[in-house]
Ligand binder design. Structure first.
Ligand code: TRP
Length: 458
């Protein structure tokens, strides 16, 4: 195809060069996708929402909504080759419509800041568990003492805020100094994390309650799931895949023209979902073997995994490594959450990168105090959806990300020309037709219906 359009686009290059290979792109996107969402959030939310039905709905959303949205984000990003706000503005004009599409980018930047405000607090918990693991504090414990260990820590606002501050400090430092190469580290860290999860799975298999855990995760009991739960599953699908806020769009800007967007998306989705399922298969058998409550909440992971480590040979060593790896996974995600805001500020104000990073990081740190205190001093401060943390999480995961996803697919499937999208997705074959159907009709309508159901309008 050699119409004017394609000539024009091939000439367009990102200012920052391209990914060296398809694998580098997949690693970077997987690094952003795999994080606390898979190992901390998925299990606790599946547990709170009754297991099986929630997991099934989550998986459906990952494949029927998550994949087409991710493909849309990558193709828009590669077409525009700029930061998400500028790309949406440019393509909005170019595809014959208006500049107002840039607001999707703006919403994404805002969502990133708000998500990171609580993400950093939880990542702080993970950091704190590194010295705890290293000092052998899980050895010889039982469910009660492990639970106390966590409660004691989290009820201390100073300790939680300190950990949050350290994590944001590391983030600031990396973003401000523009350290590259973290993607390269992902290549080793991710497989290592995966291997440790398999070690844990082995222990879970021998816990005596493996089947009970599996049944909890995969027997759909639809009475246990209301529309709020369905909305949460949808928000979680967006969250774990990092979609709906333009982050993947930003990565797409550096994707070489000849790389298949579909194949890259499939790899990322499988890696991301696989790790979430694995985390669930490790955690739920432990929950039942130790008479814990699957609906425990955000502390679930911190009250289950240390139990196995405590019983393992070399548990001190392995648990230290595990929490280091989990902190790294959180860090690569956190950088992806913060970078859009910083990049945008550098490009649209007179502040340089260091100043922008300092301003944004301080803002995020400050918002994070609300979440940090949600688990202690302000735990009784309940409004709308619950604590401050629960409100920020609801607003971002259940409202902003799905809204971002809807507008992204509407833009890709309704506003962009068929010429442009088919060129990015390699022609008019079956995959293209399925993508177009899901992006044009299924995803926007499904998300809209779930929204309306959850707020009780239908
Ligand atoms: N996917 C990340 C996780 O599962 C969290 C996340 C959501 C994210 N949106 C993002 C990370 C955007 C980077 C960029 O932990």
């Amino acid at each position: 195809m050699q119409n004017n359009d394609s000539v024009h686009v091939e000439v367009r290059q990102s200012l920052h060069g391209n990914w060296s290979s398809r694998l580098a792109f997949i690693m970077a996107v997987t690094g952003s996708a795999v994080g606390l969402g898979n190992i901390w959030k998925f299990p606790y939310m599946a547990g709170q929402n009754g297991g099986g039905a929630f997991v099934l709905v989550y998986l459906l959303f990952v494949f029927l909504i998550g994949m087409p949205v991710m493909m849309s984000e990558i193709l828009i990003g590669r077409r525009g080759r700029r930061n998400p706000v500028a790309t949406m503005k440019l393509l909005g004009e170019e595809e014959g419509n208006s500049q107002q599409w840039k607001w999707i980018g703006v919403m994404g930047v805002t969502a990133g800041i708000l998500i990171l405000s609580y993400y950093s607090v939880i990542a702080g918990w993970t950091l704190t568990y590194i010295p705890k693991a290293f000092l052998g504090q899980f050895v010889g414990t039982n469910a009660v003492s492990i639970s106390n260990l966590f409660d004691e820590f989290v009820s201390n606002p100073v300790a939680v805020i300190l950990a949050h501050t350290i994590f944001m400090g590391i983030n600031y430092f990396i973003i401000a100094s523009g350290v590259k190469g973290l993607e390269r580290a992902v290549k080793f860290l991710m497989p290592a994390l995966l291997m440790l999860l398999f070690v844990l799975l082995f222990y879970s298999l021998t816990s005596g309650s493996f089947m009970q855990g599996v049944l909890f995760m995969f027997t759909p009991d639809f009475d246990a799931l209301n529309w709020d739960g369905v909305l949460t599953a949808m928000g979680l699908a967006c969250f774990t895949l990092s979609i709906g806020m333009g982050a993947i769009m930003a990565y797409g800007a550096y994707l070489p023209q000849e790389t298949s967007i579909t194949n890259a998306t499939v790899s990322v989705v499988i890696a991301d979902t696989g790790i979430a399922m694995l985390a669930g298969l490790v955690i739920f058998p432990l929950v039942f073997a130790n008479d814990l409550n699957p609906g425990e909440g955000p502390d679930l992971v911190f009250k289950t995994l240390p139990l196995v480590f405590g019983q393992m040979q070399a548990g001190t060593f392995l648990s230290t490594i595990f929490f280091v790896l989990l902190s790294f996974a959180a860090l690569t995600s956190a950088l992806g959450l913060m970078e859009p805001a910083v990049a945008w500020m550098v490009e649209s104000t007179k502040f340089n990168r260091k100043q922008s990073a300092a301003i944004i990081a301080s803002m995020i740190w400050f918002f994070g105090l609300g979440t940090a205190l949600s688990f202690n001093t302000l735990s009784d401060f309940i409004f709308l959806k619950g604590t401050i943390y629960e409100n920020v999480d609801f607003l971002t995961s259940n409202v902003m990300l799905p809204l971002g996803a809807v507008f992204t697919t509407i833009f890709a499937a309704w506003i962009m020309s068929k010429n442009s999208t088919s060129e990015e997705l390699d022609g008019h074959g079956l995959v293209y037709k399925i993508w177009r159907f899901l992006a044009k009709f299924f995803a926007p309508i499904a998300i809209l219906i779930i929204f309306l159901q959850a707020i009780g309008w239908i």
